[in-house]
Design a protein around this ligand. Structure first.
Ligand code: NI
Length: 434
């Protein structure tokens, strides 16, 4: 998530603050007491990173921890996922809390004493494996939240479903769909039916311990587009004998730029079309037969997303047709936009304030990265937020971003994540009674 994080300080005038209940004071103390274990767990996961749908050691550790708490554990779910159920002593709603589990094919370079030494084969290449997005912290936070909530089981007014989800970064191509989409297909939100779901993502460009949230569209949808232009080859000296696919592909790239800039109502929501790959030809004096383009599409609004898909198809096809070529357009649907349920978000902000302190809760602008938490939000009200974790000793402008070999996070931020998830659960249960 390297995009610029522009943040506005929240105006709290219409937010009512509830005082922490006795139970919340106890859970805050538990979080403090369990902080060394929280850090130990995060370091354990950091040293044993595994790629999407290969989280075997990771899930074994999670299962072991959850079973030690006496929870009902289900494994495997959606290939390598783990789900645990905590039934409280009192009746109430079902709250789901989700953490993602996978690491990335990156060789760690940050010099941490517990840096990953793992290596693997990825797409035929030897590579290091690294938790370079902070999912190691997410798992540790959720395990400790589970431990705290379990301790107070008798006082809990409802049920908690802990969801440890694999493959957030994307399942291998031949194992699609994976991650959240597959978990939902396998019924993770049923039996018992989930009433609300919460999740967080650490954010290395946000001050440590700060929480940034947004009601409505928080993160963009992501889809891929593949375009194959077919023309006619010829000698480079006689272009009139050809239908030059390189020129057609270049015109298509230009044409696609006008979809967002000229044909999309940008005051409603932002959108992005990026062509990141363009391939054609082998030699300077041969006009090839074909050219291929690959791109990524981001949007925050479903209707806009659909319209962009249609416009891409018609723009590419008609430009090709005008030159006597053809364009075969394939849209690869990936993750929908992460849209926070407005009623739920507004209701839960005081829980975040209680966890992080009023001055540390801010509203963020939408970001054009994507998250498959969106699949849960399509089925049940969901709320996803960012937990700031850039190390205080580092300069914000030089802090390495997510998905890089130098990525680092501040472990001191994790306790705020634990408190946030615990408070969200307790407050949601309390509010559901009324
Ligand atoms: Ni991530």
């Amino acid at each position: 998530m390297k995009n610029i994080f522009i943040i506005a300080v929240l105006c709290f005038t219409n937010v009512v603050f509830a005082q922490p209940t006795k139970l919340q004071s106890k859970t805050d103390a538990d979080a403090k007491a369990l902080e060394p274990k929280l850090i130990e767990l995060r370091r354990h996961f950091h040293q044993t990173p595994e790629l999407s749908n290969r989280e075997f050691k990771t899930s074994a550790k999670i299962v072991e921890h959850l079973k030690s708490l006496g929870l009902e554990v289900q494994y495997p779910v959606a290939k390598t996922g783990v789900v645990a159920l905590l039934k409280g002593g009192k009746p109430g709603p079902v709250v789901a809390l989700r953490a993602d589990m996978d690491a990335l094919p990156i060789t760690e370079r940050n010099g941490l004493p517990f840096a990953s030494k793992a290596v693997t084969d990825f797409g035929g290449q030897q590579t290091g494996v690294m938790h370079a997005c902070g999912h190691d912290a997410h798992m540790a936070i959720l395990l400790i939240a589970a431990e705290i909530l379990t301790k107070h089981k008798a006082e809990l007014k409802g049920t908690v479903k802990f969801i440890f989800q694999p493959a957030e970064e994307g399942a291998p191509a031949d194992e699609w769909p994976g991650g959240a989409e597959l978990m939902v297909k396998e019924g993770v939100l049923e039996n018992p039916k989930v009433d609300a779901i919460f999740g967080l993502h650490v954010q290395s460009l946000l001050p440590s311990g700060q929480i940034a949230y947004r009601s409505g569209g928080l993160m963009a949808s992501v889809d891929g587009v593949d375009i194959k232009v077919k023309g006619k080859g010829a000698h480079g000296a006689t272009p009139w004998d050809s239908v030059d696919p390189i020129v057609v592909a270049a015109q298509i790239v230009q044409g696609l730029q006008t979809i967002v800039s000229r044909q999309t109502e940008l005051t409603k929501a932002g959108a992005v079309i990026t062509i990141g790959s363009m391939h054609a030809g082998v030699r300077r004096n041969i006009i090839p037969e074909t050219a291929t383009l690959e791109g990524t599409i981001r949007a925050f609004d479903d209707a806009m997303q659909k319209k962009i898909h249609e416009k891409i198809k018609v723009t590419a096809e008609k430009i090709a047709e005008s030159a006597g070529a053809t364009a075969d357009v394939k849209i690869l649907t990936m993750y929908p936009a992460t849209v926070n349920h407005e009623g739920l978000t507004n209701k839960m902000v005081p829980s975040l304030v209680r966890a992080a302190g009023q001055q540390n809760v801010v509203v963020t602008q939408p970001v054009t990265m994507a998250e498959d938490f969106s699949f849960y939000q399509r089925k049940v009200p969901g709320f996803f937020f960012f937990l700031g974790a850039y190390p205080a000793q580092m300069n914000l402008t030089s802090q390495p971003t997510h998905h890089t070999a130098d990525f680092m996070l501040d472990e001191a931020a994790m306790i705020t994540g634990v408190k946030a998830l615990v408070n969200l659960t307790l407050d949601y249960m309390e509010s559901a009674k009324k």
